[in-house]
Design a protein around this ligand. Structure first.
Ligand SMILES: [Zn+2]
Length: 238
């Protein structure tokens, strides 16, 4: 599909996977956040994904236009992503009217079958409008701003079968549940199942990109290990 080559989020994620580096996806709540993140990305010559929560679309409806303009005029690749969109009709409205490059279609508060069928329908809707789609496999524990349900659900770790099901739903990038949390990791810090993260990446077989939620408390070292687990193995022996 021709739109894929021009989709900024897919360009950024594709280049990162190929180049074996990670890209920060940062939530913004106001214009100052956008300015600061874009300036930081430009000064480090780094790509960036700017994220908005659905609640911001109600609270500060003009913010998406500021983010989109900032992304378009930046001197580094920047895309704008809607994080944890959980409302079927809101996602359709966003896809029809707002300048997002990608949307996380988060139907994880439904049982698996309904989650998959709703994800698949919304994916079709978004793709028809040139918007890339992220989905969550398993359940990432903890709550986020204005996001319903996730705080009460027991985290369920992602397995290869989940990956296959979401790939057949046609999503472009996957957020696995491998012990990562939304919110506070507590005194022990993040306890990730790194083998599982590597297995999820292998199971994707290049059919979708891998993304990770709940990385606020990650040390630079843990970020490096995660990036390594989500990178294609080097074919060069030198
Ligand atoms: Zn998240």
């Amino acid at each position: 599909m021709a739109w894929r080559a021009n989709n900024r989020t897919l360009q950024i994620l594709g280049a990162a996977e190929k180049g074996r580096y990670g890209v920060l996806a940062a939530i913004v709540y106001n214009v100052e956040h956008i300015t600061a993140f874009v300036r930081a990305a430009e000064s480090r010559r780094s790509p960036l994904i700017i994220q908005l929560f659905p609640s911001s679309l109600d609270q500060t409806p003009s913010l998406i236009y500021a983010a989109s303009a900032a992304a378009k005029h930046a001197s580094v690749p920047i895309s704008v992503h809607l994080d944890h969109a959980q409302d079927f009709h809101q996602i359709q409205h966003v896809a029809d009217h707002l300048p997002f490059d990608s949307i996380m279609v988060d139907m994880s508060h439904y049982e698996k079958e309904e989650n998959l069928s709703k994800t698949s329908r919304l994916r079709e809707y978004c793709h028809a409008r040139g918007i890339a789609v992220e989905a969550e496999t398993g359940r990432i524990e903890g709550g986020e701003d204005g996001i319903m349900g996730t705080g009460d659900l027991e985290g369920i770790l992602t397995n290869a079968e989940d990956v296959e099901q979401f790939i057949s739903a046609g999503v472009d990038f996957l957020a696995p549940s491998v012990g990562n949390l939304h919110g506070d990791y507590g005194p022990k810090g993040p306890q990730l199942d790194m083998d599982r993260l590597g297995q999820v990446f292998q199971a994707l077989e290049g059919r979708a990109n891998l993304v990770l939620h709940g990385t606020n408390d990650f040390s630079p070292e843990l970020c490096r290990v995660c990036i390594e687990a989500g990178s294609p193995s080097s074919t060069s022996t030198s």
